[in-house]
Design a protein around this ligand. Sequence first.
Ligand code: G6P
Length: 496
Amino acid sequence: MASTQAAQGARGAQVLVASNRGPVSYAVREDGSLHAKRGGGGLVSGLSAIGPDAGALWVCSALGDGDREAVRRGVGEPGVRMLAIPGDVHSDAYNGIANSVLWFVHHMLYQTPLEPVFDGEFRRQWASYETYNRAFAEALAEEAAPGAAVLVQDYHLCLVPGMLRELRPDLRIGHFSHTPWAPAEYFALLPDDIRAQLTWGMLGADRLAFLTHRWAMAFMDCAGQVDGERIQVSIPIPSKEKTIEHSPTGRPPFRTTRIGVHGLGADADFLRQRAHEADVDERVAALREEIGTAPDGSARKAIVRVDRTELSKNIVRGLLAYRQLLDDHPEWRGRVAHVAFAYPSRQDLAVYREYMAEVRRLSEEINSQYGTPGWTPVVLNLKDDFARSLAAYRLADVALVNPIRDGMNLVAKEVPVVSDEGCALVLSREAGAYWELREDAITVNPYDVMETARALHEALSMAPEERAERTKRLAAAATALPPAQWFVEQLGALKE
Ligand code: G6P
């Protein structure tokens, strides 16, 4: 496929987005026909903001058999190119490296006495990660018009900027990290050559962007420690853009990679409208019914959390903190319910399946320990239902967002926007959203279950007026950079 010189710019996209998960997925129906399901999220609204005439193309990977079948049959959406990367290569790259190594490193999820182990199996999977990144780089090189802007997304595709720069030095290449970046000591768990490859891969970009200054600084720190001679990190006065100068030989010419920050916000217009459609109204009523009423006949209070069942979301310690609250403040028994929606994610990985089982087990334990005939302390739901999540946002008295580490956490930003009567936010200081929301949230150390229990009590006890006032300010901060603007801003900065 590498005859990119000839193919260069043949198809002529002006703006390209590359991500592992694309905006559409396919399932094969029983009758053999293909069913397309469209997704949402920041990139989808971002791309729609630049309009259908912008010459945009989204390059993504086929993820399952349905997607691969769609590619085989030549079925697709306009503006989307799905790469039929072989299933075993994709699985090694996505499950093996991206989700089991890079995700773990950036979120600091290893239980270090036993893991990670970088052995022959790791090296084999790493080769697949390279192959998978190369497939993206080659597709982008084929599709991009001369001088086009390419926005590469996330930890799945860290090697793409470097590979693409070699194939097409004319392109403007950006990379956006939707995750945190690891602290340098933790990044140094990776073998030296892998650290160097990741860093040089990223530095192929003209501009690297992150969700917060904290993650941008972490990247710069890591890059500086990989090779101080050849990679020179400069952090100028705060008002100036941060840059990294680098040269593979350590001699001039040095190339510059700029470092930017764009804190993705909630999409207020979409959320407010969607949260008042009939299916959400129905679910509000059903959920109220399920939560039930306190012994005095008033509506029970709801502590709501909505997450993927994701190790970094810290759902188990959230349940432990809730149990601690019921122990420390028996007056809440029967008067509160913990509504925990944790929808399945990355179920190919045993550690995710085990985590989900632990969430279920602990919820059942709390329910059998404290529950009464009229009161279910934990209302757990493990099935994904967006309308029901919005219903929970609307009626939440308290939102619990306590990740161990999180790039941003959009739930923390969405709840205040949608809340019917104001909601107190208990927020981890390790979430990217902390930096924008900390003044009006009750903030916690996510590992400190006692502190989290105290924060839940404080949140439940907050006066309605104060809650409403804080929610208003939280919603304003949460919507400062809506997805469309977030995308356009990055594109503009890349073209500067
Ligand atoms: C995070 C990552 C995204 C990813 C999403 C869902 O937000 O930054 O790149 O798409 O999680 O994870 P999944 O593995 O299901 O794509």
